[in-house]
Structures are given as C-alpha cells and as structure tokens.
Design a protein around this ligand. Structure first.
Ligand code: ATR
Length: 263
C-alpha cells in the first residue's frame, strides 16, 4: 500500500485528498492519500520518512513550500527557479523537491480557451504562488508582466530573480490584457481588492488563483462588467495531476466528474 500526504497549516480545507483518492480508486491502485497539519519543527522528521520509504510522496502547501527546501536532497529546475516546492518524491535514494504549480497554471490556461501569446499580464500579489505564475507566463511567451504588491519590497525581491517584470505601485494599474489575483484577498467572502473597475474595459481576462469561493468579489465584479473570468480550480487540478503522474507513473483523467468533484 502506497502512502501519500498533503502537509500544510491549516490543512482542514485541502481538497487534495478528495481528488487524489478519487484517481487512486478509478485507477485501481493500492494507495491512500491523507492530510496532515504540521508545525515547522516537524518538517525535517516527516521528510526523513520519505527517505525511509515510509511515505511515497508528499504535496506541500501553505506555508511550507519554501521552508521545506533545506530538508531536501535535490531540487528540480522548476523548484530551484521559484524556490517553491509542492511535490516531494524519492528517486535513486534522493529526496527530490519539485514544483508542479507551474505546469498546473500553464495547463489551466491552455484549457480555458484564451490565447495568451503576446499578451500583457498584470499580477496582483508577490506571495508564495507568484514566482510559479511568472515562470509559467514566461514559458507561454507573454509580451509583458507587471506585478503589484501591498508590501513593495516583496515585489522588488521577486524582480531580483525575474528581472524583466515591471513593478506597479499598489493601488494603481498599468495597461493590461489579463489580470491575475495571486493574493489571498478573496478567500474570505467579504474581501475586496480595491480596483477602479470603471477604468477597465470589458474585453479583459480576469483570473483568480482562488477557487474556493468559486467566484471571489474580484471575479464577480469583472463578470458584471462583461469580462472573461476563470478561477483557480483547473490550476489546482492540473498541479495535482502532475504530482500523481510523478508518483504513480500514470496520467489520471481530468474529466467532467473530476471538475464536479471539487464543487
Ligand atoms: P506570504 O507571501 O506572506 O507567505 P502568501 O499567502 O503566499 O503569504 O501571499 C499572500 C499575498 O496576499 C501577498 O501578496 C500579500 O501581500 P503582502 O506581501 O503585502 O502581505 C497579499 N495580501 C494578503 N492580505 C492582503 C491585504 N489585506 N491587502 C493586500 N494584499 C494582501
């Protein structure tokens, strides 16, 4: 029986077990996927269990995607470039940290019917998920990436690794085609991002990394003004699919049932 885990703090609301266990069952695998709430001080011992083959794979979520790095033997290029790990596995006796959020975002955009090639993209937020989104956008050859963060210094730190991005003062807007909410604003239903929607024309694409609630106020306002919108559900599903593929050596299906599973 293989054993997989998602770790984070908090972790109660994670939908990863539901999704992975569905794929485990539909592929007739002998495995179980659980969730575990951890403290930072427990990370090292848990990673040891991967080395000892007691755990076959770990997904890492907020707030450990970066803090887990010192306990790993090796990082993939993607994890290295973003300093963010969401998938852990053992290969040739080494505990490897990888980042499938990048692939998750890329596949999500490919499956939303939006031609992103040559577009100007405005990212709100310079937190944990932003480097993955920037890397994915670079892979998809967008024309320009703007970024804005309440705490300006964090945007500047990102620019050190991704020198082509342009920093925009929090509360102001550049000329963009697509806008991405990569902040945690909207997780609570009453939260709003202060944007002057009257100044944004209707043909823009609004993307929110948040998928629960399925329509944040950011997406609701955009939709009301006639814009195209998309939440983070597909990104979540495709990052999970990429992890599953690494651990089980098979690609689980993303079909309507999977989409409904997370409603
Ligand atoms: P962190 O990066 O702090 O570990 P995160 O969940 O990865 O946490 O990122 C949270 C993001 O949401 C950050 O961009 C954060 O902005 P700050 O860097 O200024 O904290 C943003 N965020 C959270 N609450 C916010 C708020 N009330 N207003 C504006 N931005 C907010």
């Amino acid at each position: 029986m293989k054993k997989f885990l998602v770790i984070g703090n908090p972790i109660e609301h994670s939908l990863s077990p539901k999704l992975h266990n569905y794929w485990i069952k539909s592929n007739n695998l002998k495995a179980i996927y659980d969730k575990k709430k951890l403290d930072l001080s427990e990370l090292e011992n848990l990673i040891k269990e991967v080395k000892e083959k007691k755990i076959d794979g770990i997904n890492v979520t907020v707030p450990f995607k970066n803090s887990v790095i010192p306990f790993l033997d090796k990082l993939s290029n993607e994890a290295q470039k973003t300093q963010s790990v969401n998938t852990i596995y053992l290969r040739d006796g080494m505990v490897i940290g990888h980042n499938t959020d990048i692939e998750g975002f890329e596949l999500a955009i490919k499956h939303t019917n939006y031609d992103i090639d040559g577009k100007k993209v405005f990212i709100l937020g310079a937190g944990g998920v932003s480097p993955s989104i920037i890397l994915a956008l670079n892979n998809m050859s967008v024309k320009k990436i703007f970024i804005s963060n309440r705490t300006h210094s964090k945007a500047e730190n990102l620019k050190k690794n991704f020198n082509k991005i342009e920093i925009i003062k929090w509360g102001t807007m550049p000329d963009f085609d697509m806008i991405i909410n990569a902040t945690s604003l909207g997780l609570k239903n009453d939260e709003n991002i202060i944007l002057d929607y009257s100044k944004i024309s209707s043909e823009k694409f609004f993307y929110d990394v948040i998928y629960n609630p399925s329509e944040t106020n950011f997406l609701k306002s955009a939709k009301k003004n006639g814009n195209k919108i998309e939440n983070g559900k597909k990104m979540f599903i495709y990052q999970a699919q990429a992890s599953f593929k690494i651990w089980n050596n098979l690609e689980p299906k993303v079909d309507d049932r999977v989409m409904e599973l997370l409603n």
